[in-house]
Design a protein around this ligand. Structure first.
Ligand SMILES: NC(=O)C1=CN([C@@H]2O[C@H](COP(=O)(O)OP(=O)(O)OC[C@H]3O[C@@H](n4cnc5c(N)ncnc54)[C@H](OP(=O)(O)O)[C@@H]3O)[C@@H](O)[C@H]2O)C=CC1
Ligand SMILES: O=C(CO)[C@H](O)[C@H](O)COP(=O)(O)O
Length: 512
């Protein structure tokens, strides 16, 4: 295990728990010692060794060697691979379990291609608790390596309710890391919607623990049932500081709720700690996929990171536009609307994520196995959402989906849910806007469903302006050919205003 941080350390313990010998490598000896100490405490005596150099690490492993990376993304992995290569042999496997950019994965796969060493990009999800207990794993790359790895990965991976492991061969090249990257994009859309719903409930005058109970209810039945991010929201809403006596008690003065002390700042995109939020949105834009729920979720994270800038703007705007208390007549009915609106945003996040994956799959020819994507996201991962998995994804992904099937916006089953939730979504957004609530992902979802299903968009005017100043051409409503349906340049230009000389524009005062 190369990299013994929160994920690598957890996975090292998981492998040891399953009876394997684990060799550790990390620049920090304390990090390795801490993992070994936990292994000893857990009774996995003698199953771990620590190594300060690659020679000793690689000599300690039986052939073919398996080297698991759990490293920060980017050049750390390049340096580690460079250092390891002289010590590796044909058929050895590098299993990169970090959140690496798929292009780096493919570059490394290409680099080792002629050596017979196999580099597999494997997204791992579920956070450090899942790393320890069994994560959802998303490997892609060389099929021979994947087939060799699968029995081991199936042993350690999370298991769904049917006891099936949440791991499978995703596809070729960097597809494993790609699918994990989009998992995180979906995660961000869902997290934004859920925190926005939480913000609304706070402004409805609800206490932290009452909101936790609502999340608990949402998680137990209906469209948000079995949604990991809702379930941890329910749990964390009740957690209290231990207090001086070391015990979590109900006395709110001595034992404040931890959540009540958390500042509104999400920074990992900006610090470079994680890249998946940036990459998934960049991919959406580069592949021409409308993904507004994911895009604005990212923008919220970015704005939130710069607390100091927000404070300055708040001063400049003389207090800004703080959300007002919400006066809701029928609380039960409004909470039901909010639940449906939150679900709509989670569903939109999934739809947008699949649209990005499908487009990338076509472009890179990865031959992604979508039934495996479905299985991998059944449990152990952050975006686990049982209703979406059972009701929406299963019918599409379990049998070989066509590219049209993968666009969930063409599905009558999805349409049924969107139509059912749309009035609630509209009411929530309307009320939230009236009272200045922060609802970027929820409101973008309302717009998203209007835009992607709209056949009378105001972009007629946009297109006319583009043609006016840029001669960008346009299609006409009467044009009945197939090309009209495709994203192809229009056939018409109108001379809205002929180009004239500088003299004609600036008149008498014009001087050379
Ligand atoms: N945290 C999470 O919830 C999840 C994280 N991931 C991904 O997993 C990877 C690891 O994440 P996480 O465990 O949270 O991060 P950590 O920072 O906790 O762990 C990374 C570890 O890599 C070590 N490291 C740095 N350089 C080297 C090197 N040259 N050789 C060996 N080890 C090195 C670090 O050591 P040192 O600290 O001494 O620099 C650190 O112990 C990342 O790619 C992350 O994106 C994936 C899913 C979930
Ligand atoms: O990959 C993950 C989950 O799937 C990690 O938890 C990741 O660290 C979360 O960070 P970010 O919000 O930037 O994706």
């Amino acid at each position: 295990m190369i990299g013994c941080g929160s994920m690598g350390g957890g996975m090292a313990l998981l492998f040891a728990e399953d009876g394997m010998q684990v060799a550790l490598s990390d620049p920090s000896e304390e990090a390795m010692d801490a993992v070994i100490a936990k292994a000893e405490q857990s009774g996995y005596n003698g199953r771990m060794t620590k190594h300060k150099d690659y020679d000793s690490l690689c000599k300690s492993l039986s052939s073919p060697r398996l080297l698991i990376f759990s490293l920060p993304h980017g050049n750390v992995g390049d340096k580690v691979l460079e250092g390891l290569l002289p010590h590796l042999s044909r058929n050895d496997i590098v299993l990169d379990c970090g959140n690496e950019h798929f292009a780096n994965t493919e570059r490394r796969q290409e680099k080792v291609k002629n050596t017979g060493i196999r580099y597999v990009g494997c997204g791992v999800s579920g956070g450090y608790q899942a790393a320890r207990a069994g994560p959802s794993m998303c490997p892609g790359g060389d099929v021979s390596a994947l087939k060799e790895l699968l029995p081991l990965l199936e042993k350690v991976a999370a298991k769904d309710k049917a006891e099936k492991p949440c791991v499978g061969i995703i596809g070729k090249g960097g597809s494993g890391h790609y699918v994990k990257m989009i998992h995180n994009g979906i995660e961000h859309g869902m997290m934004s919607a859920i925190c926005e719903a939480w913000g609304i409930m706070r402004k409805m005058g609800m206490e932290y623990e009452e909101i936790g109970n609502v999340f608990s209810q949402w998680n137990s039945e209906g469209e948000l049932r079995g949604t990991f991010l809702i379930s941890i929201g329910a749990d964390l809403s009740h957690k209290r500081e231990p207090g001086n006596d070391g015990k979590a008690k109900e006395d709110p003065n001595n034992h404040p709720l931890v959540l009540s002390e958390v500042l509104d700042k999400v920074v990992q995109d900006v610090t470079g700690e994680e890249g998946t939020g940036i990459w998934s949105n960049t991919e959406a834009i580069e592949l021409h996929v409308p993904a507004s729920t994911l895009n604005v979720a990212h923008a919220l994270r970015l704005a939130s990171a710069f607390r100091g800038d927000r404070e300055k703007a708040n001063d400049a705007f003389d207090g800004g536009f703080p959300p007002a208390q919400m006066d809701i007549n029928d609380k039960t009915a409004f909470l039901e609307d909010l639940r449906k609106a939150t679900y709509a945003a989670c569903l939109a996040s999934y739809i947008q994520g699949f649209n990005i994956i499908a487009r990338a799959d076509q472009e890179h020819k990865w031959e992604i196995d979508y039934s495996q994507v479905w299985q991998i996201w059944r449990a152990g991962c952050i975006i686990q959402a049982d209703y979406i998995s059972d009701e929406i994804l299963a019918p599409v992904l379990k049998s070989k989906p066509s590219s049209d099937d993968l666009n969930l916006n063409f599905s009558s089953r999805v349409a049924q849910d969107v139509r059912r939730c749309f009035p609630a979504l509209r009411r929530v957004v309307g009320k939230a806007i009236e009272t200045d609530q922060v609802v970027p992902a929820i409101s973008a979802t309302l717009e998203y469903f209007k835009i992607i299903s709209g056949t009378d968009l105001p972009t007629s005017f946009y297109e006319a302006e583009l043609d006016y100043f840029g001669s960008h051409m346009f299609d006409k409503k009467g044009d009945g050919d197939k090309e009209v349906k495709k994203p192809m340049e229009g056939k018409h230009h109108f001379e809205w205003k002929p180009a004239t000389s500088q003299k004609e524009v600036y008149g008498k005062n014009y001087k050379i």
